[in-house]
Design a protein around this ligand. Structure first.
Ligand code: CTP
Length: 403
């Protein structure tokens, strides 16, 4: 029996979204277009989960279709991509919809981005370029069968069996970032890869050289996975040997340990704490085109690991070792070495400051810059070992020096 999810749509989507989709539906019928909701949103409607993106596929030219909507003042076109014939439009109530033309893709080089071979193909042809069966469901938006789910690949059965299954054996060769997408969906929905998908994944990871893969996609999926701050994702990442994708080594770390530290110390780049424990290959770090502040985390990790002090005797030694390093890198250093000094620094020493500044010391009568620097350093030592606590004591110390 055909599944119709119009009721679910009404229950889960806002009135503004439903209105926007009705306008699309009317326009499609008037101009003989077949249009569908596609991918994640259909999956999420069936799973009764909240979905973020609204993706509509147009059998034909989605840009042309979007212009028809705009001519009727139903929406404002925000973006058009003429090569792929995709468009983004804004409807009343701040509803954004992404429109894509049905397309067939071909991967000329393993792992590299695909090239489009046909735009405006049938829905069935479009579906076969996708990653997992559960993401390959469409739902008709034409009035005749509004809400009807179209399932060419057994996605409905896999959804009810909580299975992640690729559409064909070449799937990971074509796009290895799907290995990480499987991880994300497995953790998010508590789904499992079917046995054949597991085998294909293990085969890819263990037998392929990954030099020629799209690092942009890998980076984006790693960011999505690890930004979830999920212990489970990290543990699965290690158990499934996904770290091999980035030429990493398997560390003896549990996801829960990382999560606990992140929850306590609140680093800005959560995902890089997870990734930092496995990503050590300079060539790959380069491939990831990190921003300057992201990159600093990796140079800091390298610094800490290479300059690793066998003994950090005083609080001052500990302070000096960590002071210019990012919180993320200090956490990774702790995870990899279990050196308690790292936590002592984050928890305690990093908060200690000398309150007097250079100008104040100068005003007290010390002119020479080098001497001022030395006094500040001595004050820091004393504050760190607790012999000086208050600003008044700092002033006393400087006065005694002058005497
Ligand atoms: N897709 C794919 N291969 C990829 C990325 C995406 O086949 N490497 C397809 C999937 O069919 C997916 C759709 O493109 O459903 C949209 O991609 P995206 O928005 O990344 O995925 P969602 O499934 O919507 O995931 P999320 O819920 O995380 O947004």
């Amino acid at each position: 029996m055909l599944l119709n999810i119009e009721k679910q749509m009404k229950a889960q989507l806002s009135d503004d979204i439903l209105d926007a989709l009705k306008l699309c539906s009317q326009t499609a019928d008037e101009h003989n277009f077949k249009i569908y909701l596609i991918g994640g949103i259909v999956r999420d409607l069936i799973l009764k989960r909240k979905s973020v993106d609204i993706d509509v596929t147009v059998e034909g030219d989605a840009v042309k279709f979007c212009h028809l909507l705009a001519q009727k003042d139903y929406c404002k076109i925000l973006q058009v991509q003429n090569e792929l014939k995709t468009a983004k439009a804004l409807f009343d109530g701040d509803v954004e919809i992404d429109f894509a033309s049905t397309r067939q893709e071909f991967y000329p080089h393993r792992g590299q981005l695909p090239v489009v071979v046909k735009i405006g193909c049938s829905l069935e042809e479009d579906v076969y370029r996708r990653d997992f069966t559960i993401n390959s469901l469409a739902m008709s938006l034409n009035k005749k069968n509004y809400g009807e789910v179209i399932d060419y690949v057994g996605g409905l059965k896999d959804l009810s069996n909580k299975k992640l299954r690729v559409l064909h054996d070449n799937s990971f060769n074509e796009d290895p970032s799907r290995i990480l997408r499987a991880l994300k969906f497995a953790a998010r929905f508590n789904f499992h890869r079917d046995d054949h998908t597991k085998e294909l994944q293990a085969k890819y990871i263990n037998t392929q050289m990954h030099d020629d893969i799209s690092w942009t996609r890998i980076k984006s999926e790693l960011k999505q996975c690890f930004s979830l701050n999920s212990a489970k994702i990290y543990d699965m990442f290690l158990v499934n040997e996904n770290y091999k994708l980035v030429y990493g080594q398997k560390p003896e770390i549990k996801g829960l340990e990382i999560k606990t530290l992140i929850d306590k110390y609140n680093p800005y780049y959560v995902w890089l704490v997870y990734l930092g424990t496995v990503l050590t290959d300079d060539k790959i770090i380069e491939q990831f085109c990190f921003t300057r502040s992201e990159k600093k985390i990796f140079t800091d990790i390298e610094y800490l690991m290479n300059n690793h002090l066998s003994m950090m005797n005083s609080n001052y030694d500990i302070y000096k070792f960590f002071v210019k390093r990012t919180t993320e890198s200090i956490l990774v250093y702790y995870l990899l070495t279990q050196r308690k000094e790292a936590l002592k620094y984050l928890e305690n020493l990093s908060l200690i400051r000398v309150e007097l500044n250079g100008d104040e010391i100068k005003a007290m009568g010390i002119e020479n810059g080098r001497e001022i620097g030395e006094i500040l350093d001595e004050l820091l030592k004393k504050k760190l070992n607790g012999t000086i606590v208050k600003k008044g004591d700092e002033i006393e110390f400087v006065k005694n020096k002058i005497k």
